[in-house]
Design a protein around this ligand. Structure first.
Ligand SMILES: *Cc1c(COP(=O)(O)O)cnc(C)c1O
Length: 356
């Protein structure tokens, strides 16, 4: 390995959380990775240290103008003691795209991969054992330069933290109720919707709150220009099966290029399904629904893997999908992907990457 970072081990290891009460992103492991960037010096001093607070000036640019990016990846245990990560290369590839959009000086693929792998290796005892649970990996970069003018910073911190997380669906897949957002938008062409950057999420909280207050679990986003075409569901990519064709929005600059989306398309095509990366208008979807042609709707993302949708609310139209039950395609995808994660299903795509 080209990169080997110095490790300072904690002298006060934390108590392990109960595996049945992990939730999502509530607990953090004993260690973190940290590295700084300064203009002229580049990225330097990568190291693994005990999980700890940052010391930042109140004027740090990230606090005011949101110059930051992040990723979300999962690691799983293996019986031989060498943990595996699902498609590290694909997430690191996306990190370059986010850095570029945010004017954040890029971190090389090899360095970022080595940092992720070494940190997971150091805290591998934290990887949950229970099927469906995982170690969530959160790399992120923030602008630290203390300066209140708007502009790209000259200093940054790259950090990685780890969180043992539960499966979203401990008692089997449970279809969600989704609110079609027709007031606010998530993304427009030319904006950063295709990048994983903090500001994209802050501006969606108002919709998520509106939807959850009304008893829905998430929102479905329409395109930002016309509020006509289906783009995403919450922080997941949206798929919908009409007749025998499975549609998902194309990657043309407004949709986040999900790694789970890519994996799902690959598997569905291998299984012989017709998958079309095409925009579908919500009123055409509503028409297809009334004609009884909508078979399944589901969302894909690293956190929940596959999330079936049982109900959609668009204006005053209520749509019950597949009798509110998990459909066969959603179930098969979920079983296959989680099977690959745990090793129960053979990985024929090179998606499972050991940490060393
Ligand atoms: C992270 C994310 C996704 C899902 O991407 P994965 O790589 O599958 O986790 C989809 N949409 C948005 C807006 C996201 O932030």
């Amino acid at each position: 390995m080209k990169y080997e970072f110095p490790v300072t081990r904690t002298t006060a290891p934390k108590a392990r959380p109960n595996e049945d009460e992990l939730g999502f992103g509530k607990y953090f492991t004993d260690h973190m990775f940290i590295m700084e960037y300064n203009e002229g010096k580049g990225w330097h001093d990568g190291r693994i240290v005990p999980y700890q607070n940052f010391k930042l000036e109140p004027a740090a640019r990230v606090f005011h103008y949101g110059q930051e990016m992040f990723e979300g990846i999962k690691a799983y245990p293996r019986a031989n003691g060498v943990p595996v990560i699902f498609r590290t290369d694909k997430y690191v590839e996306r990190a370059h795209i986010s850095n570029d959009r945010m004017c954040i000086p890029d971190i090389g693929t090899e360095l970022m991969t080595a940092a992720i792998n070494q940190l997971v290796e150091v805290d591998k005892d934290w990887i949950p054992e229970k099927e469906g649970n995982a170690l969530y990996i959160r790399p992120f970069i923030i602008a630290t330069e203390p300066k209140l003018s708007v502009g790209p910073a000259n200093s940054y911190t790259f950090a990685i933290i780890l969180s043992p997380v539960a499966s979203y669906y401990e008692e089997g897949l449970k279809p969600t109720k989704i609110y079609v957002e027709h007031q606010y938008i998530r993304s427009v062409l030319g904006g950063p919707g295709y990048a994983k950057v903090g500001g994209n999420y802050a501006s969606t909280l108002i919709s998520v709150k509106k939807a959850t207050d009304a008893g829905f679990s998430q929102v479905l986003w329409l395109d930002g220009a016309e509020k006509k075409y289906i783009e995403e569901i919450g922080t997941s990519n949206a798929f919908f099966m009409i007749d025998d064709v499975i549609y998902t929005a194309p990657l043309e600059g407004t949709v986040l290029p999900g790694v789970t989306r890519d994996s799902a398309i690959t598997l569905l095509k291998e299984w012989g399904y017709s998958v079309k990366e095409e925009m579908v208008a919500i009123d055409d979807f509503w028409k297809a629904y009334q004609e009884g042609r909508v078979k399944e709707v589901f969302a894909t993302g690293t956190a929940a893997v596959v999330s079936p949708v049982g109900q959609l609310q668009w204006l005053d139209h209520e749509m019950i999908i597949n009798n509110g039950e998990t459909g066969p395609v959603s179930q098969k995808l979920y079983d296959e992907l989680t099977g690959i994660h745990t090793g129960r299903v053979e990985d024929t795509h090179g998606w499972i990457q050991p940490v060393k």
